[in-house]
Design a protein around this ligand. Structure first.
Ligand code: BTN
Length: 333
């Protein structure tokens, strides 16, 4: 586990140059033994470190850390360019158990509408269906946004799909191409998972509802970490190819603004205005699939699309059936 001092050490090392053990120990006020332990922890957290006798330590592919001022300034510019009504307030922390759990806890005591919380490191990141979410310091984007709706849970059934549309719009605006959606809300590139969306809500059946929209994106996953993840995954650095480096600060700002735009529209019109775009962005639209239901049953069909509540519609000849949850995979014809 990385401590706050561990993070200051990493920030110091993020210039990519060599720093001796003595220099690092003096800068952050730790003993040399402690410095060496912190660096071991950093490696376990997925950072690649080079040690050279006589020179010291150097971070390979040193990450640019998230910077609240850069993100907030960019969000403010984009918010006023787009004429959005809800100003998003950005908060960035070094570590937390889960940005979604933290916003959910805060929602018990205060209004979290428009509060965005991003963390460099989650000690208990959560995925859908009880899975864990793996991320690396400096190589991922893990954040959550709180949003309140006047309506109840029924109205919010298609929200996670609309959020997928917002994420793809943001990625496209930042120059990422070939990224698609996989029902219900995976972000994929060439059928490999790039990111995911987890929506949690609290409130009365008839509203209002407080939602916490959690998003995780792989930005640069070291091979050692990639091997630990059982699902086939990719990252945004691979999507970008030789075109350059991913700027996580600008990307986070763009994601938050596209989300605010989509959420504002959703609050008025629900999922219907996003359905056509969602289908267009769905990698499996019109394809024969196998759907694994939560109870273990398997259904086959051709993806006809999604309905206004975000349910997957499968066609089997002239018959149509709708599904609210499950995992799809491509079925070879
Ligand atoms: C999925 O399983 O596909 C959804 C993954 C969602 C992960 C994000 S990371 C930020 C937020 N905090 C969490 O603990 N989970 C979400």
């Amino acid at each position: 586990m990385l401590t706050p001092l561990g993070f200051s050490l990493l920030r110091h090392l993020s210039d990519g140059s060599f720093h001796s053990g003595e220099d690092l120990a003096a800068t952050v006020g730790l003993t040399r033994a402690r410095v060496s332990q912190v660096l071991k922890d950093a490696e376990a957290a997925g950072l690649a470190l080079e040690r050279v006798k006589g020179l010291g330590y150097r971070l390979l592919e040193a990450p640019r850390f998230l910077d609240r001022h850069i993100v907030q300034d960019r969000v403010d510019v984009l918010t006023s360019e787009r004429g959005l009504s809800t100003p998003v307030q950005v908060e960035i922390v070094d570590q937390v158990d889960s940005t979604s759990s933290e916003l959910m806890r805060r929602s018990q005591r205060k209004d979290i509408h428009g509060t965005a919380l991003a963390s460099e490191w989650q000690t208990a990141g959560r995925g859908r269906r009880g899975r864990t979410w793996t991320a690396v310091v400096g190589g991922s984007l893990t954040f959550s946004l709180g949003w309140t709706f006047e309506q109840g849970a029924g109205f919010l059934a298609g929200l996670s799909l609309a959020v997928g549309v917002a994420v793809l719009r943001a990625l496209e605006a930042e120059g990422f191409t070939g990224v698609a959606l996989k029902w219900p809300n995976d972000i994929i590139h060439r059928h490999l998972k790039l990111g995911g969306i987890l929506i949690e809500l609290n409130g009365d059946a008839l509203g209002p509802s407080t939602t916490v929209i959690g998003i995780g994106l792989n930005v640069r996953l070291p091979d050692a970490i990639r091997k630990d993840i059982t699902a086939p995954v990719t990252d945004l650095t691979k999507v970008l190819g030789k075109k350059g480096e991913v700027d996580r600060n600008l990307l986070l700002a763009r994601l938050l603004t596209e989300l605010a735009a989509v959420l504002d529209q959703y609050a008025n019109d629900g999922f219907a205005p996003f359905a056509a775009e969602w289908q267009h962005r769905h990698a499996y639209q019109g394809k024969p699939v196998r759907l694994l239901l939560p109870d273990g049953a398997v259904v086959h069909g051709k993806v006809a699309g999604v309905d206004a509540s975000g349910a997957l519609v499968l066609a089997d000849g002239p018959r149509r059936a709708r599904f609210l949850s499950g995992e799809i995979s491509l079925r070879r014809a």
